[in-house]
Ligand binder design. Structure first.
Ligand code: C2E
Ligand code: MG
Ligand code: MG
Ligand code: MG
Length: 280
């Protein structure tokens, strides 16, 4: 078995003509193993209210610790998981784990804040709402503590069915956010028809908000659009005090990013929270 692993590792790093294909296959089989062996875990990035600096949410982000490759970043394996269909099983694990841990943290006295879970488009298949219902029931989590981060790609595919599904989720009490807003297929009319709660301004706009007039203009427009539609607006990838000051001035509601905190393990999150509690 070790020999097999060794060969895979070699393929992973090889740079011949087939390496892209081999890498995909290697990662794909690695993902299957990871699902079986429990090699995934979640980290949580805190989200803050910009005015009050209160914790308002946690975004769950998947992590993969491979025994030989070390940490494999989501940007490397999520696209492969999507293409191979493995994302359905992986995504199911993510929702379950996120709800389970949220209930656990709340039971310890952690702030009652929603957990935001990223949903890839192939996951949003038939009867996704049944999975959500089942997971909420199993975990005992109240629906308002689950937020689904959807991409523009998801809400744009197959109008009628998607619209129905979103309304079902909304009726269950789950929250819906649009991730990376402004980077996808941009027909804005879906905002009118779909029961969305929140827009997430993509970090590519936030990054240069200070120096780039266009990024500032887009950010300003998204905030104003969101507010006109009575949606909450959160900025992602906030790294500096200056960016935060701009966003505050523009009336952005919430922020997350390295300025506040990187994504944290559930243990680090708990330690940090209870340290703060003791200080207060
Ligand atoms: P995303 O949902 O837009 O998540 C934000 C990404 O930005 C995360 O990267 C996070 O670690 C990173 N980030 C947070 N603050 C900062 C900052 O201040 N500066 C910069 N430069 N980056 C920051 P991560 O964890 O590598 O995830 C990348 C993407 O992979 C996510 O983008 C999401 O699309 C996808 N992803 C992650 N976890 C899951 C999951 O459980 N399921 C699915 N379907 N996709 C996931
Ligand atoms: Mg996200
Ligand atoms: Mg995002
Ligand atoms: Mg992103």
């Amino acid at each position: 078995h070790a020999k097999e692993r060794g060969r895979n590792t070699y393929q992973f790093f090889t740079s011949d003509m087939n390496s892209a294909v081999l890498e995909r296959l290697t990662i794909e089989s690695g993902l299957r193993e990871a699902l079986e062996n429990g090699a995934f875990f979640l980290e949580y990035q805190p989200q803050y209210d910009i005015k009050t600096h209160k914790l308002v949410g946690l975004e769950a982000l998947i992590r993969w610790q491979h025994p030989e490759w070390g940490r494999v970043p989501p940007s490397r394996f999520i696209p492969i998981a999507e293409d191979s269909g493995l994302i359905v099983a992986i995504g199911e694990w993510v929702i379950r784990e996120a709800c389970r841990q949220n209930v656990y943290l709340q039971s310890l006295g952690f702030a009652k804040v929603p957990v935001a879970v990223n949903i890839a488009s192939p996951q949003f298949i038939q009867r996704f709402e049944d999975l959500v219902e089942r997971v909420l029931e199993e975990s005992g989590m109240e629906p308002q503590y689950l937020e689904l981060e959807l991409t523009e790609g998801i809400v744009m595919q197959g109008e009628g069915a998607i619209q129905k599904r979103l309304h079902k989720l909304k009726d269950m009490g789950v929250k819906l956010a649009i991730d990376d807003f402004g980077t996808g297929y941009s027909s804005l009319s879906y905002l009118k028809r779909f029961p969305i709660d929140k827009l997430k301004i993509d970090q590519s706009f936030v990054r240069d908000i200070i120096d780039d007039q266009d990024d500032l203009a887009i950010t300003r427009a998204v905030i104003s659009l969101g507010h006109s539609l009575r949606l909450k607006v959160i900025a992602e990838g906030v790294e500096t005090e200056q960016q935060l000051a701009f966003l505050r001035e523009e009336g952005c509601d919430q922020a997350q990013g390295f300025y506040f905190s990187p994504p944290l393990s559930v243990k680090a999150l708990g330690d940090w929270f209870f340290r703060e509690l003791k200080k207060a």
